[in-house]
Design a protein around this ligand. Structure first.
Ligand code: KIV
Ligand code: ZN
Length: 443
């Protein structure tokens, strides 16, 4: 693969993703997810918006201190207070990046910022210069780029390249563009912005028309080499381009998308599950790649075909995206290794001591119930991580807790011991099951 075919995956789950309703995370949760993003192999983690709150600033600082491989980015508006705050938070990072943004469309300039194009141009240039005085790696985003006059957009981009920007991110802030148009925009920028060959062009697409992934891939086809995306596609309003969909499109269709990423695709499902577990927001069942139905086959003809040869109805294997192979049944004869592997697939990594702790409780539970299913294991992990006093009784109490939770649910819903044709555990369908049930299945 040519060097030119390497796509930088910029994950913004912890920043734009966190802006989705109900998806805010505390500092500890952000760090846990950042560690999973590191395992997943993303190139850049946008850890937050440090000026937004003290909590966000501290979270960015902690992630910058702890996570050493990927670039850690922090967002800042194009003004001194934001940029200084962002740098304060990013300073400990091995590879810091300041991400400065300023809206450039007339709609935003007139109604939101109340400034002229000239003022916008000067502010963008000054802000990037300031950021550059702190940090070598500076990204600039002209917010609402896809509704900005193209001539003015190119003028601003040229000014910020001159001021030292190293990545130019082109946001489709309101999810308005379509693939052919977005590709044309990237081509126009490449033709008209002086110095563009020395910087990376990035695409940041929102999903208001359901086109975020298609638009991001079109941008790559036109020369963008960074994609900004989120796990499960979470983000403002209809969300951002989904990381897992972008990565797997490139993996499954290299004939059309001959690009490489550094993503370890088997970590996709664990990342999706961890995010869902942390935020309490279930993954849509038919979500591509990570939804519970993504590898489920209901129709008899499909089941028959898949049992004869999965290639008949599957374009990728569940294993390739980390969907657990539940042929591996967990029971009282299972060892630590199998338990550790299943915990990892569910998004939990334990050191030796913590694993011993979970294992002891697991064996105790397995003595009482025949097969320990994923939902049992998750209950057990959660109970184990409660304060010491309640943890001591966790394994003993678990069968009773599970029984009472089952009773609380709609009587038509039960967590099944059944698996789909690929060994993926399936819930027994009910006429009505609420979101919490989806969530329980999801994790
Ligand atoms: O959608 C957007 O315009 C953004 C910018 C801050 C990059 O999220
Ligand atoms: Zn955005």
């Amino acid at each position: 693969m040519m060097e030119d075919g390497r796509i930088t995956i910029f994950d913004t789950t912890l920043r734009d993703g966190e802006q989705s309703p109900g998806c805010s995370m505390n500092q500890q949760e952000k760090l846990r997810l950042a560690q999973q993003l590191d395992r997943l192999g993303v190139d850049v983690i946008e850890a937050g918006f440090p000026i937004a709150s003290d909590g966000d600033c501290e979270a960015v600082q902690e992630i910058a201190t702890v996570i050493r491989r990927p670039i850690i980015a922090g967002l800042a508006r194009a003004c001194r207070t934001d940029i200084e705050r962002a740098w304060e938070a990013l300073k400990p990072a091995a590879r810091p990046r300041i991400h400065v943004f300023l809206a450039t469309s007339d709609i935003h300039l007139q109604y939101k910022l109340r400034m002229t194009r000239e003022q916008c141009l000067a502010q963008a240039r000054d802000a990037v210069r300031l950021a550059k005085s702190f940090c070598e790696d500076v990204e600039f985003s002209p917010e609402d780029a896809t509704r900005t006059d193209v001539g003015f957009l190119c003028q601003v981009l040229e000014a910020v390249v001159e001021a030292g920007a190293t990545t130019l991110n082109i946001p489709d802030t309101v999810g308005f563009t379509v693939p052919s148009e977005f590709a044309e925009l990237i081509t126009t920028i490449r033709k008209n912005v002086r110095g563009i060959e020395n910087v990376t062009i990035s695409a940041h697409c929102h999903n208001d028309l359901g086109l975020a992934v298609a638009n991001a891939l079109a941008a790559v086809g036109a020369g963008a080499r960074q994609i900004e995306c989120t796990i499960n596609g979470i983000g403002e309003r209809a969300g951002n381009a989904s990381l897992e969909e972008i990565v797997m499109t490139m993996r499954v269709r290299p004939d059309r998308y001959p690009y490489e990423t550094g993503i370890a695709s088997q970590q996709l499902f664990p990342a999706s599950q961890m995010l869902s577990e942390i935020t309490g927001v279930p993954v849509q069942p038919n979500k591509a790649i990570t939804g519970r139905n993504a590898f489920a086959h209901e129709a008899g003809i499909h089941q028959d075909g898949v049992l004869k040869n999965p290639l008949t109805y599957e374009i990728m294997t569940p294993i390739s995206v980390g969907v657990p192979d539940s042929k591996l049944v967990l029971g009282k004869h299972s060892g630590r290794h199998a338990l550790a592997m299943r915990c990892e697939q569910l998004g939990y990594q334990f050191d030796r001591r913590a694993l011993d702790d979970v294992y002891r409780r697991f064996v105790h539970l397995a003595d009482k119930i025949k097969h320990v299913e994923d939902h049992h294991l998750l209950e057990l992990i959660r109970e184990t991580h409660k304060p010491a006093a309640s943890a001591a009784a966790a394994a003993d109490a678990l069968p009773a807790i599970l029984a009472s939770r089952r009773a609380e649910r709609s009587p038509a819903f039960q967590v099944a011991v059944d698996t789909n044709p690929f060994g993926v555990p399936m819930p027994v369908a009910s006429e009505h099951h609420h979101e919490q049930d989806d969530y329980l299945w999801g994790v």
